[in-house]
Design a protein around this ligand. Structure first.
Ligand code: BES
Ligand code: MN
Ligand code: ZN
Length: 494
């Protein structure tokens, strides 16, 4: 999609659709007055009819418009000026772009408001618009003959010619593509995105965007004594692997941030087999890895002055004569022995060895992302990620980054009392802690593999994959947390 800028008056911009943001209970000013005049007072009439409220993400469509360059108009509400935030702008622009992506070959223009936007800067609006145009116009129906959404041919932002505007367009372009990469990887079927299928895509994007790429195959993982990760892979004919991608923008002696992703390319539950309903969406169980890869492409393309390494543990969790069993004792890479109580608690087994590998590689700080537990979805709902940490300051940094990007994350406690629930009878620890507090016992399990490194675990089981369409987002993969990881990397250097 071509994304560009123009400083023509909005009435003269030629496009199939013109998107016009409207602030709630604000007078018509600047370009909106111009538009109102060109349309013989249509905006004034819509307002007095109560049809143009500017309420957040409300839309008004006019088709067959005459008198201006664009034949179709979409007004979208931004809510009140005081309440405007990055999350609200994203929601409004995603709603607007999604709504008009139903036809192929569409050229879209978006007016960048000249009025102040509360807490959001003009460049923030521009970046959001450039990203939303790409995300909102891409559906999950990758294999449908007649698609429901069609990427725009071009997206033109109507705003003054400044270097900041150009930079914001580039930022939005990069973020939109990164989020769409994550969505694409998660939405693709599990027969294609096997561990090696994922690695192949990762290698291609690493090459394209200048990330150092490394893949550890099954033999290498055995040499690393990754007994925990390898056990999960045992039941599948698809060999496991670990992918490492690295961006070195912070100099040879600069600190290194590790982003670790769970990449279970399909989670059948193993011998603790999931019922059909629970298994149906389990192609999404590699969303942690896909989120890491998406964020890494953006970090590299923005050439952030930091060192960031992405580690992705890629495994398929299947049944079969070789599958790992309940009662098996696994020895993880760091020597911790694990009693298998449930083969469906496999994500933590994969992450255990990848986390210990990252620790031994000498990284300074760790964030892991995983579609780890249904319990986290029960606790926080489908749209919020759980955060868990061994270092409150590091967690606060991440929460602050998430606040800026508008992605919802809520911290859950890690009190020692939870540790009793995963204490092993035969080995050091058990891979489940029973029914209650399941998201927290999973996090406590992971803590055994991070040593003393400042670490945050993000359980993205709810928000990574949406069960239904909403006006502002497509069902399926969401790309949730890509933005926050990039924002965190931005803050890491300083
Ligand atoms: N991949 C699932 C968690 C999940 C559930 C992700 C729903 C996305 C949506 C994970 O491997 C799993 O099966 N967890 C079990 C753990 C239990 C056996 C202790 C769960 O949540 O039921
Ligand atoms: Mn599972
Ligand atoms: Zn899983």
């Amino acid at each position: 999609m071509e994304i560009r800028r123009t400083d023509k008056p909005l009435t003269q911009v030629e496009a199939d659709w013109l998107i016009v943001p409207v602030i709630e209970s604000a007078e018509l000013t600047g370009p909106l007055t111009l538009l109102d005049q060109a349309l013989s007072g249509t905006l004034t009439r819509l307002k007095s009819l109560g049809d143009l409220t500017g309420k957040l993400a409300s839309t008004v469509m006019l088709r067959g418009v005459v008198g201006i360059g664009a034949p179709r108009l979409l007004f979208v509400g931004l809510g009140t000026a005081q309440e405007i935030s990055t999350a609200r702008i994203d929601k409004a622009l995603m709603t607007a772009t999604r709504a008009i992506a139903d036809k192929p070959n569409t050229k879209v223009a978006i007016l960048v408001p000249t009025d102040p936007l509360g807490a959001v800067s003009t460049v923030g609006f521009i970046a959001s618009a450039a990203a939303s145009g790409q995300i909102g116009s891409l559906g999950q129906d990758l294999f449908r003959t007649e698609r429901s959404r069609h990427p725009f041919t071009s997206l033109t932002l109507i705003t003054a010619n400044t270097p900041e505007a150009e930079a914001a367009i580039e930022l939005g372009r990069i973020m939109g593509q990164a989020i769409n990469l994550t969505r694409d990887l998660v939405n693709r079927p599990p027969q294609e995105i096997t561990p090696l299928g994922f690695a192949k895509r990762a290698e291609a994007v690493a090459q394209e965007f200048g990330l150092r790429f490394e893949m550890l195959d099954q033999t290498r993982l055995q040499q690393e004594h990754m007994g925990s990760l390898l056990a999960v892979a045992q039941g599948s004919p698809q060999p496991p692997c670990m992918v490492i991608v690295e961006h070195n923008g912070g100099g040879p002696n600069g600190p290194r941030l590790a982003l670790v992703g769970k990449g279970v390319t399909f989670d059948s539950g193993g011998l603790s087999l999931k019922p059909t309903d629970g298994m149906l969406t389990m192609k999404c169980d590699m969303a942690g890895a896909a989120t890491v890869l998406g964020a890494m492409t953006a970090i590299a393309r923005l050439n952030l002055p930091v060192n960031v390494v992405g580690y992705m543990g890629l495994v398929e969790n299947m049944i079969g004569g070789n599958a790992f069993k309940l009662g098996d004792i696994l020895t993880a890479r760091n020597g911790v022995t694990i009693e298998v109580l449930n083969t469906d608690a496999e994500g933590r087994l994969v992450l255990a060895d990848v986390l210990s590998y990252a620790v031994d590689a000498g990284v300074d700080r760790i964030v892991d992302l995983a579609t780890l537990t249904g319990a986290c979805v029960v606790a926080l709902g489908e749209d919020v990620s759980g955060a868990f940490t061994n270092d409150q300051r590091w967690c606060d940094t991440l929460l602050a980054a998430a606040k800026t990007t508008g992605e919802d994350v809520w911290q859950l406690p890690m009190w020692d009392s939870y540790e009793d629930l995963i204490k092993g009878d035969i080995g050091d620890i058990k891979n489940t802690g029973g029914r209650w507090g399941g998201a927290i016992t999973a996090a406590r399990f992971l803590q055994h593999f991070v040593g003393k490194k400042p670490w945050v675990h993000l359980d993205i089981a709810g928000p990574a994959f949406a069960s239904s369409n909403k006006p502002h987002r497509e069902a399926g993969a969401t790309g949730h947390m890509v933005k926050t990881l990039v924002e965190l990397a931005r803050r890491f250097g300083v």
